[in-house]
Write a protein that binds this ligand. Structure first.
Ligand SMILES: Nc1nc2c(ncn2[C@@H]2O[C@H](COP(=O)(O)OP(=O)(O)OP(=O)(O)O)[C@@H](O)[C@H]2O)c(=O)[nH]1
Ligand SMILES: [Mg+2]
Length: 447
């Protein structure tokens, strides 16, 4: 056994027969920004989220993974021994395996299920998808993942012999025959067509919001950073919060009232992760369009996580991939309540524009709200209008969609000085006045 292997000690607890027993395998490429130990710790959380029990882990130092078997052949034999020793039934690789690597490893480890990080993430997604759109997106990603792998040994035969558990949700409910490539392709195009329909409806909703001039904020960030907790804190919503990876798959949009009374919307989205499979980003495109069309991104990071900088980098990469990296954003460091003394100063020094909050205790939330208000007022035009009393609807609109700088009730109507985005300002065409009027309706400068 290699010095870097780790076998989990028996805790004396009764073994849970219904849970998969997993051995984790990682290739250490010597990345200093994302050490292998951290990557495997994350894989362990993924495995646990999927319902497996991690019984051992092992790594191999390689500059480049072996093109045929990912790890060296000798190492694969060691993994086989580790599997025997720990009575594992599942081997999880910390990276995505190519279809041929997958087939070769399957051949080397015939007695266990072999899954890669992507398959594991897809399995979690399949368990957590609730909406029709979420389910369609996950199935599309699964089918696209399966398509090039159908030829290999990895197909159902072995899986069926090995029974249910993690990974068994792949193509759930499908007959053997259907896993044939032609049918997979057909299924992929059906799923795409269904998704286009859903996307169209969602697109219409987004357009309606855009037309109404509603300022849109989206929460983005690493999985488990606290995006949903923050949404709940800000809006009183009750989105599901869990200490697990990928608790949220479906985006939720809620109304958020800023301190000045202006109403904006805020959307919670699916979290990102290191080594996020490209296909998944593609499949979640319509959900991620919420991010793309937002006016402002709240870039949420778990401040207390030792990997926070690397996680931020992973998020930036996904934003780049979906073309949303240049959007105005506010860096939000969450879980400030869990920071060690002195650590918050360190974060602020490194990220001077960041806001430190605790979605749990509410600390820093007021500052965050005023920063959102500040951003929302940016790019808006200032205007002074006199709204006749018959147009109460416009006064209401101003309160909801614009920043009110002053409001006075004079004889001729309500006089407002406001900053509003173009779509809202447009509603006040014909009501603009040059300068503020005195309460009696005369021009204060006397001209
Ligand atoms: N201590 C502390 N814990 C927090 C805070 N915010 C969130 N959490 C916890 O962090 C965990 C993840 O929170 P979520 O809000 O589900 O995180 P998320 O970013 O929505 O995660 P996904 O939807 O899974 O991507 C939960 O256990 C929360 O209770 C915070 O400010 N302080
Ligand atoms: Mg969430």
């Amino acid at each position: 056994m290699c010095a870097r292997d780790r076998i989990y000690p028996h805790t004396g607890e009764e073994r849970q027969e219904d849970r998969d027993r997993a051995v984790l395998v990682g290739v250490d490429r010597g990345r200093s920004d994302w050490p292998i130990e951290e990557s495997l710790a994350e894989l362990e959380r993924l495995a646990e989220t999927a319902g497996a029990e991690v019984v051992a882990m092992t790594t191999q130092r390689l500059d480049r993974p072996n093109p045929r078997t990912f790890i060296g052949k000798g190492k694969a034999e060691q993994v086989g021994h580790l599997v025997e020793q720990t009575e594992a039934n599942l081997v999880l690789f910390d990276d995505e395996l190519t279809p041929s690597q997958q087939a070769n490893i399957d051949g080397l480890l015939p007695e266990v299920k072999v899954l890669d990080r992507t398959a594991l993430i897809l399995d979690i997604f399949a368990q957590h998808a609730t909406s029709r759109e979420g389910k369609l997106q996950v199935e599309l990603a699964q089918q696209e993942y399966l398509l090039p792998r159908l030829r290999g040994l990895w197909a159902h035969l072995k899986r069926e012999r090995l029974g249910g558990g993690v990974g068994a949700r792949f193509g759930a409910g499908e007959s053997q025959l259907e896993s044939d490539r032609r049918l997979t392709r057909k299924r992929i195009s059906e799923l795409k067509a269904d998704l286009r329909k859903v996307d169209k409806e969602r697109g219409l909703q987004r357009k309606a919001r855009a037309r109404a001039g509603v300022y849109r904020v989206a929460l983005v960030g690493y999985t488990n950073a606290g995006k949903s907790t923050l949404l709940n804190r800000l809006t009183g919503a009750s989105v599901l919060v869990y200490d697990m990876l990928f608790a949220t798959l479906d985006s939720t949009t809620r109304k958020l009232t800023l301190p000045e009374g202006r109403e904006v919307t805020i959307t919670d989205t699916v979290g990102f992760i290191n080594k996020l499979p490209h296909g998944l980003v593609e499949a979640f495109k319509s959900t991620l369009d919420e991010v793309n069309e937002a006016d402002l991104l709240l870039f949420v990071t778990d401040a207390a996580d030792t990997q926070r900088e690397a996680q931020m980098q992973a998020v930036r990469e996904v934003l780049q991939e979906i073309g949303a990296h240049a959007k105005p954003g506010i860096e939000v460091f969450n879980k400030a309540d869990r920071l060690q003394p002195g650590e918050s100063e360190l974060i602020v020094r490194r990220h001077p524009k960041a806001v430190l909050v605790s979605a749990l205790t509410g600390d820093g939330i007021e500052e965050l709200l005023s920063r959102i208000a500040e951003e929302a007022a940016r790019g808006a035009t200032a205007l002074t209008v006199l709204v006749p009393y018959t147009r109460g609807d416009l006064v209401k609109l101003a309160h909801e969609r614009a920043q009110i700088i002053s409001e006075r009730h004079i004889e001729a109507g309500t006089q407002l000085v406001l900053r509003a985005p173009a779509e809202v300002a447009h509603e006040f065409d014909g009501l603009e006045i040059e300068a503020e009027l005195d309460p009696d309706g005369s021009n204060p400068t006397g001209e």
